[in-house]
Write a protein that binds this ligand. Structure first.
Ligand code: NAD
Ligand code: MN
Length: 360
């Protein structure tokens, strides 16, 4: 079995707590499935910034390029402006490595009480365009000291950018329930959205098994709260997808549960796997962070690297632990990060034993 080189950036705050927890789980899985995962840690983040004036070294991106995947915790610190942490590390990685798909699965988990409890299970995926749109570098500036003081930033939507996101989302929908919802705001106020609609419709028409519905993002936000179980795959621009996915994660329980993959689908560059939550300075250092989003992101990384069975093993292990009632505080439990992780490690072993028993 070939070795995979994985760059690990725990980052800041609870990133430094949930990343080691999840790596312990990945190492156990690797051992049981005879995979070689070589983890290389990088101490980049806000402390690095306070010492060196930048989030990562000059040759940070070329160093990462030597890896098969990047496993990130979270970056962000009260001592460093968020613009520095994001534009100094996360955004350059997403753009340099053409990670134009931000994939965010959302589903209800047994044992986790959703704040809007209903008998319908939620199982949807948000495909967020990750390289352009509202998070563009064009025109972003503030105009101070003028009578018309203000700030301007241009949204950029290209045919290539929109169509590749739509292709990815449509083919994913075709492999699921065949329903694709596009988040739009095409009622003439946001001038880029009619273009988004046009390219999405054109692209999805190539997938006869996929039904496309365009929904205004404000109505779609309400839809996600009221009837999330009717949604299958959502395709959205960078900003809309960012907001909808935090909302969708909260609807199923806690943002501490939700994973994400920043994908370069062609595999030309490394993809990046991270939980959707941030560094949570309010609870950092207390050992109480929920490691599920980080562990689940690890399962997505295994899947991306081609190890479907190992990914499924990790996924079923943490799901079974939640079902057994072991929970961190954010979802109403009392377990510490370490206790939850120990329970996952034991469950991984127990499931491996069951499999062996089942085979004999
Ligand atoms: P956050 O996700 O860090 O925290 C929001 C709330 O959710 C907090 O109350 C926090 O305690 C809770 N929470 C988050 N993850 C949790 C977990 N795993 N277990 C238990 N509770 C959890 O968002 P924020 O407060 O808006 O941002 C804090 C910092 O993180 C900022 O500097 C921000 O820029 C950064 N951030 C980074 C990323 C990233 O690295 N991709 C993403 C979002 C925010
Ligand atoms: Mn976000």
């Amino acid at each position: 079995m070939s070795a995979h080189r994985i760059a690990v950036i725990p980052g800041d705050g609870i990133g430094r707590e949930v990343v080691p927890a999840a790596i312990a789980c990945l190492e156990r899985i690797a051992e049981l499935h005879s995979l070689t995962l070589e983890f290389t840690p990088f101490d980049w983040g806000s402390d690095y910034y306070l010492q060196h004036g930048r989030m990562m070294p000059d040759d940070g991106l070329p160093q990462l390029a030597l890896h098969d995947a990047i496993y990130l915790g979270a970056v962000g610190s009260p001592e460093v402006p968020d613009a520095e942490t994001l534009w100094g590390l996360l955004i350059p990685i997403r753009r340099e490595f053409q990670q134009y798909i931000n994939l965010r699965p959302v589903k209800t988990l047994d044992g986790v009480a959703a704040p809007l409890a209903s008998e319908h299970p939620i199982d949807l995926v948000i495909v967020r365009e990750n390289n352009e749109g509202e998070y563009s570098e064009i025109g972003g500036r503030m105009y101070r000291g003028l009578p018309q003081e203000g700030a301007v930033q241009e949204a950029v939507f290209t045919r290539l950018g929109v169509s590749r996101a739509a292709h990815y989302a449509a083919s994913l929908a075709a492999s699921r329930r065949g329903r694709l919802t596009s988040a739009t705001k095409s009622n003439g106020i946001v001038h880029t959205m009619p273009f988004w609609d046009e390219i999405v419709a054109e692209t999805v028409s190539l997938y006869p098994d996929v039904t496309l519905t365009a929904e205004h993002v404000d109505a779609l936000a309400a839809h996600l709260v009221l009837k999330p179980w009717t949604l299958d795959v959502i395709v959205a621009s960078n900003l809309f997808g960012d907001i909808l996915s935090d909302l969708a994660a909260a609807v199923t329980g806690s943002i501490g549960l939700a994973p994400s993959a920043n994908l370069n689908p062609e595999g030309r560059y490394p993809s990046l796997f991270e939980p959707i939550h941030g560094s949570a300075p309010d609870i950092a250092g207390n050992g109480v962070a929920n490691p599920v989003g980080q562990i689940w992101s690890g399962a997505m990384m295994l899947e991306h690297l081609g190890h479907t069975q190992a990914a499924r093993h990790l996924q079923t292990a943490f799901e079974a632990v939640l079902r057994d009632g072991v929970r961190t505080r954010d979802i109403g439990g009392t377990a510490s990060t370490a206790e939850f992780t120990e329970a996952v490690l034991s469950m991984i072993d127990a499931q491996a034993d069951e499999q062996v028993a089942g085979l004999s």
